[in-house]
Design a protein around this ligand. Structure first.
Ligand SMILES: *[C@@H]1O[C@H](CO)[C@@H](O)[C@H](O)[C@H]1NC(C)=O
Ligand SMILES: *[C@@H]1O[C@H](CO)[C@@H](O)[C@H](O)[C@H]1NC(C)=O
Ligand SMILES: *[C@@H]1O[C@H](CO)[C@@H](O)[C@H](O)[C@H]1NC(C)=O
Ligand SMILES: *[C@@H]1O[C@H](CO)[C@@H](O)[C@H](O)[C@H]1NC(C)=O
Length: 300
């Protein structure tokens, strides 16, 4: 009787010496202090097993808490035989669509042999890759109706008429906008968006635009700038600027000649040597009047 109890005590003492964590029961490969979190990282395009650790003395998983995300959860957490597994599930494909955080934390509580429980947290860092194009929203054709004349520096885009690009990559910092084939307008990045993953452009005139007789059409490009070091991605959109016809200002009037010769007759009449005409800007409402300053050329 006494001999057996003594042997028992010795065994427990030896196990305690061999493993300081034995009183907690559960054991996992790579884990010495259960209250320290474990760091792992995956790429945003990753699919599959994120964590696979051999374990012993674990009876099962009591509970799992994943960071609160907009959607998700994105990880499946389970024991497979005696291996502890964290793997991505179907929703992780859409992680960048909905999330801005670069980390997912998974806290698991295990039931251990002997009746105790142990908790362990994995912090999974999601490394960004530039795997998404900038996308023009709502689509890649923008139409603006303006009332000319437009002064130089006139802002075409505003709160109601935006040029908006969505780029869901986790580290996109800004979008570089360019106009490909028109010098009357200039486009710049507008940093005023407060919505994550959405980027605005500011479109302005560079010059005085008196009239828009027909729709002006040109192409703009959007190129993402991020922290991945991957090749940048570019998308194009079409801009159409048309005039609100009801407010159209007539074209600038241009006479065909800068001066006209006329004969002043004995009967006090002015007889033009050629008719006064306009070379540009004729319109039903154009009226002609003689203002002042007739110079008489003495042809004697
Ligand atoms: C994630 O990025 C970190 C820091 O740059 C790097 O050490 C790690 O190897 C990366 N992980 C993967 C899976 O690419
Ligand atoms: C986990 O690792 C073990 C040993 O390397 C392997 O046999 C097992 O298939 C792995 N499990 C998963 C789900 O990948
Ligand atoms: C992904 O895994 C989580 C946790 O297991 C689960 O709640 C969610 O429904 C899964 N989603 C999909 C699409 O499988
Ligand atoms: C954008 O338009 C330019 C000029 O038309 C063209 O060269 C380029 O390939 C286009 N890029 C994309 C991504 O469509």
């Amino acid at each position: 009787m006494m001999g057996t109890r003594y042997k028992c005590l010795v065994t427990v003492f030896l196990i305690l010496l061999a493993s300081p964590e034995i009183s907690h029961g559960c054991e996992m490969e790579g884990v010495i202090f259960w209250h320290f979190w474990q760091d792992v990282s995956i790429q945003d395009v990753f699919e599959g097993v994120v964590v696979n650790r051999s374990t012993s003395n674990i009876l099962g998983i009591q509970s799992v808490t994943q960071t609160l995300t907009n959607r998700g959860p994105y990880m499946e957490v389970l024991m497979l035989d005696s291996f502890f597994i964290i793997r991505t599930n179907e929703s992780f494909k859409y992680y960048e669509e909905y999330e801005t955080s670069h980390q997912i934390s998974v806290a698991t509580t295990f039931n251990c042999v002997g009746g105790s429980t142990n908790s362990l947290t994995f912090i999974i860092t999601v490394n960004d890759t530039n795997n998404n194009d900038p996308i023009f929203r709502p689509d890649d054709v923008y139409e603006f109706t303006m009332i000319p004349p437009l002064p130089p520096g006139f802002q075409i885009t505003n709160n109601l008429n935006q040029i908006l690009v969505r780029d869901i990559d986790l580290t996109t910092q800004r979008i570089n906008f360019e106009i490909l084939d028109n010098s009357y307008f200039i486009i710049d990045y507008d940093a005023s968006s407060t919505t994550p993953k959405e980027f605005l452009a500011s479109l302005k005139t560079t010059t005085f635009i008196r009239n828009i007789p027909e729709t002006i059409e040109f192409i703009i490009s959007a190129t993402d700038v991020d922290l991945t070091g991957d090749p940048r991605r570019t998308s194009n959109a079409t801009i159409r600027i048309q005039s609100d016809g009801s407010f159209e200002l007539p074209e600038e009037l241009v006479f065909s000649q800068t001066f006209y010769l006329a004969d002043y007759t004995e009967e006090n009449q002015i007889r033009l040597q050629e008719p006064i005409t306009l070379q540009q800007g004729y319109h039903e409402q154009v009226t002609f009047s003689l203002v002042s300053g007739i110079s008489i050329l003495d042809e004697h």
